[in-house]
Design a protein around this ligand. Structure first.
Ligand SMILES: [Zn+2]
Length: 507
């Protein structure tokens, strides 16, 4: 059998992170080159095309919605009017994917905008927000105990994506999230940066969608509260209190007038397949995924405008290719089949993986597990692993055993309150019930002096989503070799399990 080797991972990273690929933007030439490269590597590794309907590529229909200059958003009550300025006071987009949005509607304060029967919490109880503008805070009510919204860990209810989805399901015309540093856990500049045009999943016919999904600054929120005769901190306190119910925001009406440029884009998931050796179990499969996209060409930093995404995620793609090669060369092969999927549009909100999970080449119920690979350290081997989501699956004991065999200590997610579980491609699989997790390196480096991990962590954080995320010949691929071997072994183990693992509930 072909053994996975770090020095075989290196050239893929060198190529995928090259300036010629222009940061592998979705719908851009560099992104298409990356997808073609991975398909060619899959073919030469001995995989078969595995996309639904045949071929290496699964087209993912997306649209980019760009806000035209001069969008207008204002609030009015009792003859007083607040006019907000784009980027300084508000940002947002439209999920209707139409050329314009116009609304003039009553504002309803919906607290955290959560409807979670399993926690006895319903901010929308008894409220009718159809055609109205909902105003809310992101995050979830503060934890009271381990069982309430899973304690310190953020649940999906706390994510801003959920807030918009729930508001749309309720028929609201628009949703405004009031930014505060504690509820968002990041500053306004992060929200503001997300205001640039982003691809979204193409809206299906009749699917409810917000005409405007936006954020306003804390300052704008404070003025809005004052306009309604309230105080922002009182609203937040109310939102955090059990028994909170949605209520009109004074007599405030919110008015929007915006135009959009809507563009269809073509992008694809790359899918390779290896059939299992057991005639019956070959109808079930293990999925390996890694996102190939990165941010493309953008704002220059120190004269460099190419966001190469070497770490994020040329490393994961390179490992995916070498795990695929090893799998295809195994004799005999594992009992179940395997899919190797390089997904698109992770950076725009896990869109490629979500499309694959909702349109899989075999029924989702026959996918035994999905293992995701995203961003690996080029500074050598470690003694620990963080398997985000593995503890929510029924085969966690198997995973623990495998970690032991690979001499890796399993560490919990160091910051569960940041909601990492919902921010990586494995979540796309989990939300349709597939047991899924991400295989991440820990930070306990082998044979390195004290303080090395902290120093490296700082270095990597500074390059995160910056043009400085570039490949270097000095990179050490032994840690990637270690984790590709570990991930591969996990996949083999799961592919040979007697029984399909139990489905999961990703909330
Ligand atoms: Zn990223």
């Amino acid at each position: 059998m072909h053994l996975i080797q770090g020095e075989k991972i290196r050239p893929h990273v060198r190529f995928l992170a090259h300036d010629l690929l222009e940061g592998r933007g979705v719908g851009e030439r560099g992104g298409q080159l990356a997808a073609q490269y991975i398909a060619a590597q899959f073919a030469s590794a001995g995989l078969k095309p595995g996309a639904p309907g045949g071929g290496w590529f699964q087209p993912v229909p997306l649209r980019v919605v760009e806000v035209a200059p001069g969008p207008r958003l204002s609030a009015e009550a009792g003859g007083k009017r607040l006019q907000w300025r784009w980027l300084d006071d508000f940002v947002g987009t439209s999920y209707r994917q139409e050329p314009k949005a116009e609304f003039d509607a009553e504002a309803v304060f919906v607290g955290h905008g959560i409807s979670a029967p399993e926690y006895g919490w319903d901010d929308y109880a008894g409220a009718d927000v159809r055609g109205k503008v909902v105003v809310l805070f992101t995050n979830e009510p503060p934890s009271q105990d381990e069982n309430f919204f899973q304690g310190r860990a953020l649940t999906y209810y706390g994510r801003w994506t959920y807030k918009y989805e729930e508001a749309a399901r309720r028929g609201a015309v628009a949703a405004l999230i009031v930014h505060t540093a504690p509820t968002a856990s990041y500053g306004w500049q992060v929200v503001r940066a997300n205001g640039r045009p982003q691809p979204q999943a193409k809206r299906k016919d009749g699917e409810p969608a917000l005409a405007f999904a936006g954020w306003i600054t804390e300052q704008a929120g404070a003025k809005l509260a004052a306009l309604a005769g309230e105080k922002l901190e009182d609203l937040l306190k109310a939102a955090d209190t059990r028994g909170f119910r949605a209520r009109p925001l004074g007599r405030v009406k919110i008015r929007g007038r915006m135009r959009f440029r809507v563009e269809e884009i073509e992008t694809e998931n790359v899918v390779g397949f290896v059939r299992g050796s057991d005639p019956k179990l070959a109808g079930e499969a293990v999925v390996f995924s890694a996102h190939w996209d990165h941010l493309g060409v953008g704002e220059p930093v120190n004269g460099d405008n190419i966001y190469n995404g070497a770490l994020d995620n040329a490393t994961g793609c390179a490992m995916l290719v070498e795990m695929a090669r090893a799998w295809a060369s195994m004799e005999p092969k594992p009992l179940r089949s395997a899919y190797f999927v390089a997904v698109t549009a992770e950076e725009s909100g896990l869109l490629g993986s979500r499309y694959f999970a909702e349109n899989p080449p075999l029924p989702a119920a026959r996918i035994a597990a999905a293992l995701n690979f995203d961003s690996y350290s080029p500074y050598g081997r470690v003694r620990d692993a963080v398997l985000t989501g593995a503890d929510r699956t029924s085969f966690f004991p198997t995973v623990q055993n495998m970690a032991k065999r690979h001499q890796l200590a399993l560490k919990p997610d160091p910051r569960p309150e940041a909601g990492g579980y919902y921010r990586s491609d494995h979540f796309s699989f989990a939300r349709v019930g597939i047991p899924a997790f991400s295989v991440n390196m820990g930070g306990d480096y082998e044979g390195k002096p004290q303080g090395f991990a902290a120093e490296i962590g700082k270095k990597m954080a500074a390059r995160y989503h910056q043009p400085g995320d570039e490949y270097s010949e000095e990179w050490d691929f032994s840690g990637m070799e270690q984790f590709a071997r570990f991930g591969f072994a996990l996949g083999v183990e799961i592919a040979n399990l007697e029984k399909l693992p139990a489905r999961v509930n990703a909330r």
